[in-house]
Write a new protein. Structure first.
Ligand SMILES: *Cc1c(COP(=O)(O)O)cnc(C)c1O
Length: 419
């Protein structure tokens, strides 16, 4: 570790002008929570007040030495960080380029989501809250938050559509084992959007004793900022580890984008490195032509959802459009406000991968490397394979956001095993 740090310090000295300037993080978001035209707070006045209180608390608490050292200790001893960076030897050999993975699948609970859930729960503890409340779609965020609540001895209430409860049975059981209360949502389409409405309504009744914990870099300010800050650990570790392994920075970095938390975690350390190309991968679902996709950046227009402004897949009247992806974690009609800005700035290239390309990558990584990826992460893997074929000399660092145990039955039932 000493050697790594020294190497990296030397790198920092020689590349002083090129490393991530703190200016970026001081400029975005601005003090109203905007990333240029995106972000902000679009809520009724009483909730807007509550968001201000959370913002103030976050700024004073999260900068304290005590908070930082407690979070650091949790990262190391409870989550098992740093997660490794790994060179995918056989995959690289087959597809030519040099492919590396940041192994967030090895983070406790098997995905990057715990990075922000532990941060949000620690903040709740410092704010004297008794209960964490959130919505969940497929249940991944619910499980990560229930884990954090158990760790801190906080109550946990997760709102989940009845349709999702039937579909995602193992995650419902996990949440209950961890001591969380799962509240079924029975109105409307009974899925994620109604779950958000329901959780917000419950939160409104007692915001003093609860903290609403959002599952990605979405929602009203300060959530996109807080979740990004808690996910930055991924990029900070990855940059140092990659440099230690190769003596250089990656030529290209890749991550899948649902709301965009795992992606911004990795990207945030490379935004000032002009020689590093950055790619965010969205789900093209069945195909772009069928309309069964969730490719927000390709087809979305600026709009408001869940209290913030972003690129949004919407119908003519501005209502969020129905979306689809084989990976339920990518199935969201909006996207983080910071990603919306980075698209307009052309700092990041947003592209997409279909269900069937993701399934192929799922098996390819399993059989060539012994790593079963989450279907969400498989979108990033599929894109990296395409890049490797196109740029055989380049190094590509992929955020492997989670492991695929949750997806195995679904994939084998629906697609069967390859030959
Ligand atoms: C939830 C999830 C995602 C998508 O969320 P982001 O906020 O876009 O990162 C990606 N990968 C895994 C494994 C997930 O569980």
């Amino acid at each position: 570790m000493f050697q790594t740090t020294t190497l990296f310090t030397i790198y920092l000295i020689f590349n002083n002008n090129k490393t991530m300037s703190t200016n970026y993080f001081k400029t975005y978001p601005d003090n109203k929570g905007y990333y240029n035209e995106f972000g902000g707070v679009f809520l009724p006045p009483n909730l807007e007040e509550e968001m201000k209180r959370i913002t103030d608390a976050y700024f004073s608490i999260s900068k304290s030495h005590k908070f930082i050292s407690e979070l650091r200790s949790i990262r190391k001893h409870f989550q098992g960080r740093p997660t490794p960076v790994y060179f995918a030897n056989r995959l690289s050999e087959k597809y030519k380029g040099r492919i590396y993975f940041k192994r967030e699948d090895l983070n406790h609970t098997g995905a990057h989501k715990l990075n922000h859930c532990m941060g949000e729960a620690l903040l709740a503890k410092y704010m004297g809250k008794k209960k964490l409340i959130a919505e969940t779609g497929a249940g991944q965020h619910g499980v990560a938050l229930a884990t954090a609540a158990a760790y801190f001895g906080l109550e946990c209430e997760i709102h989940m559509g009845e349709v999702d409860i039937k579909k995602e049975h193992p995650n419902v059981v996990r949440m209950e084992i961890l001591g969380a209360k799962v509240v079924p949502v029975t109105h409307g389409l009974k899925t994620l959007k109604e779950a958000v409405d329901s959780a917000f309504e419950a939160y409104m009744k007692d915001p003093e004793n609860m903290l609403y914990c959002i599952g990605s870099v979405v929602g009203p300010h300060p959530f996109p900022m807080m979740v990004r800050d808690f996910q930055r650990v991924v990029g900070i570790e990855a940059k140092e580890q990659f440099y230690e392994m190769t003596g250089e920075l990656p030529d290209k970095i890749v991550a899948c984008v649902g709301g965009g938390s795992n992606a911004i975690g990795l990207f945030s350390s490379f935004l000032d490195d002009d020689e590093c190309d950055i790619y965010g991968v969205e789900p093209a679902g069945v195909s772009m032509e069928t309309g069964k996709h969730a490719a927000t950046m390709t087809f979305g227009k600026p709009g408001v959802i869940h209290g913030f402004k972003c690129y949004l897949l919407q119908n003519e009247s501005g209502e969020p459009a129905p979306v689809y992806s084989v990976a339920s974690g990518l199935d969201y009609p909006g996207v983080g406000p910071e990603h919306s800005m980075l698209k307009d700035m052309k700092k990041v290239t947003y592209d997409s991968i279909t269900d069937s390309e993701a399934i192929d990558a799922f098996y390819e990584l399993s059989r060539l490397e012994g790593i079963i990826p989450a279907l969400e992460s498989a979108h990033a893997v599929a894109y990296a394979i395409k890049l490797a074929q196109k740029y055989p000399k380049k190094s590509i660092l992929v955020n492997l956001s989670g492991r695929g145990d949750k997806d195995i039955d679904f994939v084998v039932d629906k697609y069967g095993l390859p030959d």
